[in-house]
Write a protein that binds this ligand. Structure first.
Ligand code: DX5
Ligand code: ZN
Length: 229
């Protein structure tokens, strides 16, 4: 199967109703979400706590497509098998979470998942140079991780550098933080293909009124595709 570099919208359930994750995932997929982005925070690597592998496992049956799990935890390696068992398709670890990203990528692949690396705004593109062949996705953070609803930090130069470094490799570039119809074209033009959006997708809607989710997804996708060639 050829590599899909088209624009994919990945709503972050960090902005969903925490008491209703299953129905939220069903609703947002029905409204056009391509992937579901799941933010795991430990109160140590980032200053906020969300949930762990048990919640991911509970959500999994409510997701038809890709479950994209973004780990904002340190350490990562002791929990890789638990997230594999939870049904994650893609498991992304922060390069800043420990000294052994190569080992972490090997372990994620060994557990049967696609492997992603996330880069904080202060981390340069060059940090992933030696492990590009082991990386299925690079998540460029456009906020400092920990909270939804923050303002977009312009990382377009880093995205362009990564796009050049990746070349023909089947590696996604995902953008996470402050993505909305205004910022989406900037990152898609720079070479991103997966756009995570929390507040910009879930605002104005609910499981009983999901139409705004679809309108919001379409607005982001249309804006991103406007400059996508
Ligand atoms: C931030 C998380 C993001 C966040 C995005 O730490 O990794 O996925 O939920 O939220 P918005 O789209 O509201 O910036
Ligand atoms: Zn995230």
């Amino acid at each position: 199967m050829s590599f899909d570099r088209s624009i994919k919208i990945a709503p972050s359930i960090l902005a969903a109703d925490f008491a209703n994750f299953g129905a939220e995932c069903t609703a947002v997929e029905a409204q056009g979400a391509d992937w579901i982005h799941v933010d795991v925070m430990d109160g140590h690597f980032v200053p906020n706590i969300t949930f762990g592998p048990a919640t991911c496992a509970a959500i999994r049956p409510h997701i038809k497509g890709i479950m994209d799990v973004h780990l904002m935890i340190a350490p990562v390696d002791p929990y890789i098998d638990a997230f594999a068992q939870s049904g994650a398709d893609i498991l992304t670890a922060h390069i800043e979470a420990g000294p052994h990203i190569h080992r972490t990528l090997q372990a994620i692949h060994g557990a049967g998942m696609k492997a992603g690396i996330a880069l904080n705004p202060g981390t340069p593109a060059s940090a992933v140079q030696e492990v590009l062949d082991l990386t299925d996705l690079i998540c460029v953070m456009t906020v400092n991780p920990g909270f939804g609803g923050q303002s977009f930090i312009d990382m377009t130069a880093k995205i362009r550098t990564l796009r050049d470094m990746i070349g023909d490799r089947p590696t996604h570039i995902e953008i996470d933080g402050g993505v909305d119809p205004t910022t989406a074209p900037l990152v898609s033009k720079a070479g991103a293909d997966v756009l995570v959006a929390g507040s910009a997708v879930f605002r104005g809607g609910s499981v009983t009124n999901p139409t705004p989710y679809g309108e919001n997804i379409t607005a982001i996708r249309t804006a991103a595709q406007g400059v996508w060639v």
